[in-house]
Design a binder for this molecule. Structure first.
Ligand SMILES: C[S@@+](CC[C@H](N)C(=O)[O-])C[C@H]1O[C@@H](n2cnc3c(N)ncnc32)[C@H](O)[C@@H]1O
Length: 427
C-alpha cells in the first residue's frame, strides 16, 4: 500500500527537549513522555502543538479529530484546558487511557506485576483465536499475549488502572508479531519482521516506561488543566459549549483513501472487538468518508446535486467529479473516487458547522491537511476546506505550506505535484 501523505507529516526525529515549530510529524512524539505510549502514525507533533498554544496564548484548545490525544496532552502541558472528539472507539480509548497519566503509579506497578504473575499460570485456549490473530501471532507469541489479556480481565477493578494496563497490552501487540504490521500499513501476514519482542518482556518494559512517564508528568504538572476526550462524531453537536475554544488545532482525515476503520484491525481482532474485516463495516460507515471502501451504495451524484453544505464549492467539485467519473472507466479497479470526494467535502461541511459553533469570537483554527490526486485528478483540498469554513461563518483562511510532495497514488502513475501544510482559519 502506498504510504499515505498524512504519515509523511511525521518524519522528523527530535530530541525530547527540542521545541519544534515546523515539524508536524508524530515520530518525535515517540521520545516524549506519555505521547510515546502508543504509536499512532496518523498523529502530529506534540511539540508543534505546544508551541502554537503558547504562541496564541490559548486558554481553551479543541481538537475535533483528536486521534490519540496529542493536542490534548500538549495543551495540558502548557497550561491550557482542552477538549477532543474522536469517533473511532479503539483510538478514542487509547487517547482516554493516555489522559489517565495522573493515576497512582505505585498501584499501577503493583497491579501490572500481579497481572504478569497471573498470566504466567494461565494456559489460554488458542483455538478460539480469529484467523487474522493466528496469522499475525505464532502460538509461542499468542499464548502469552492471550494469557496477559485474560489476566487483565481477571484483575479488573473498574478503575483508571484497568485502562492503563489495557493500553500497556495493546501498545505491544505489533512489536510481538513477526509479520508485517507497520503502523501505516494494513496488516501484511505475508511479510516478516527482523526484530520481534517477547510478550512478557515487552509488557514489562511498556509498564516501566509508562510508570516512569506518569511519575515525571505528575512531578512536572502537579495541577494539570482539564483535558476531556469524548468518543463522538464531529458532525454532531458535541459536549463543549458554544464559543468554548479560543484555538482549534486538528488534522482531519485526508481525502486520500486511507481506511481509518482498518487502522486498528490487528488490535481490535486480538481483543475480540471484531472477528473479521467485515465487522469493521458499521464503524467504517460512521467515520468521515475519505476512502472508497466507504462508498458502497452511496449516490455521489444525488448528494452533489442536492446537499446544501456543498453550495459554496458545487461548481468546482462537479468538474472534478465528472473528470474522476470518466477517468475511472479507463481503470481496472474502477474506484469510486468521484463519489468519495463528494462525501468527503459534504462531511467536512457539516464538521465545519460544529467547529464554528464551538469556536470563540476572534478564535483561530488550524487544520493540518494535504491535497490529493486520485487517478491523477487534482483535488484542491485546502481551498475547498477554506471555502467551506467561510460558509460556516469564519471570516478568512490562508494556507501555510509545509512541504511539497509527489504522492504515490496508484503506484506513482501520475505526476501531479502535491503538498501538505496548515490551513489557518480565523473568525
Ligand atoms: C489524522 S487523525 C488525527 C490524529 C491526531 N492529530 C493525533 O495526533 O493522534 C484523524 C482522526 O479523525 C478521526 N475521525 C474520523 N471521522 C471522525 C468523525 N466523524 N468524528 C470524529 N473523529 C473522526 C479518525 O478516526 C482519526 O483518528
Amino acid at each position: 500500500m502506498p504510504q499515505p501523505i498524512q504519515s509523511t507529516l511525521f518524519a522528523e526525529p527530535a530530541a525530547v527537549t527540542r521545541r519544534s515549530t515546523n515539524s508536524t510529524t508524530f515520530a518525535n512524539n515517540m521520545s516524549l513522555p506519555v505521547h510515546r505510549w502508543f504509536r499512532y502514525s496518523a498523529g502530529f507533533s506534540a511539540d508543534w502543538v505546544a508551541t502554537e498554544v503558547e504562541k496564541h496564548a490559548a486558554r481553551r484548545v479543541l481538537d475535533p479529530f483528536a486521534g490519540s490525544g496529542t493536542t490534548l496532552l500538549a495543551a495540558q502541558a502548557v497550561g491550557a484546558e482542552s477538549a477532543g472528539v474522536e469517533l473511532h472507539p479503539f483510538v478514542a480509548r487509547v487517547a482516554q487511557a493516555k489522559l489517565l497519566w495522573s493515576a497512582n503509579v505505585d498501584e499501577f506497578r503493583v497491579r501490572a506485576k500481579k497481572v504478569i504473575a497471573a498470566a504466567d499460570d494461565l494456559q489460554p485456549d488458542l483455538s478460539e483465536a480469529s484467523d487474522l490473530t493466528v496469522k499475525c501471532f505464532p502460538p509461542e507469541s499468542l499464548g502469552p499475549l492471550l494469557a496477559l489479556r485474560n489476566a487483565l480481565d481477571e484483575y479488573k477493578q473498574g478503575d483508571d488502572i484497568d485502562d492503563l494496563l489495557w493500553l500497556a497490552l495493546v501498545a505491544i501487540l505489533r512489536k510481538c508479531s513477526p509479520v508485517g504490521t507497520a503502523q501505516w500499513q494494513y496488516v501484511l501476514p505475508g511479510k516478516s519482521k527482523a526484530k520481534v519482542a517477547l510478550a512478557f518482556d515487552a509488557f514489562q518494559e511498556q509498564v516501566e516506561i509508562m510508570g516512569r512517564d506518569m511519575a515525571l508528568r505528575q512531578s512536572e504538572l502537579p495541577s494539570a488543566p482539564q483535558a476531556l476526550l469524548s468518543e463522538a462524531d464531529v458532525r454532531q453537536p458535541f459536549e463543549i459549549g458554544e464559543g468554548w475554544a479560543d484555538l482549534v488545532i486538528t488534522s482531519p482525515p485526508y481525502a486520500n483513501n486511507y481506511d481509518y476503520a482498518d487502522s486498528a484491525r490487528l488490535e481490535m481482532t486480538f481483543l475480540g472487538d471484531i472477528a473479521s474485516w467485515g465487522d469493521l463495516k458499521p464503524l467504517r460507515q460512521k467515520l468521515v468518508r475519505s476512502c472508497t471502501q466507504q462508498m458502497a451504495r452511496y449516490d455521489g451524484h444525488a448528494v452533489l446535486e442536492s446537499s446544501p453544505g456543498l453550495d459554496p464549492i458545487r461548481a468546482e467539485l462537479a468538474e472534478v467529479y465528472a473528470e474522476l467519473a470518466e477517468v475511472r472507466q479507463t481503470k481496472g479497479g474502477k474506484k469510486a473516487y468521484h463519489s468519495m470526494i463528494v462525501a468527503y467535502f459534504d462531511d467536512m461541511a457539516t464538521a465545519w458547522q460544529q467547529i464554528r459553533r464551538s469556536t470563540a469570537t476572534g478564535g483561530q483554527v488550524c487544520f493540518v491537511v494535504g491535497d490529493s490526486a486520485p487517478y491523477g485528478v487534482h483535488v484542491p483540498v485546502e481551498k475547498w476546506l477554506g471555502t467551506l469554513a467561510i460558509a460556516a461563518g469564519f471570516r478568512d483562511w490562508r494556507f501555510e505550506k509545509v512541504r511539497t510532495r509527489n504522492d504515490k497514488w496508484e503506484n506513482r502513475k501520475h505526476r501531479v505535484p502535491l503538498h501538505e501544510g496548515r490551513l489557518w482559519v480565523v473568525d
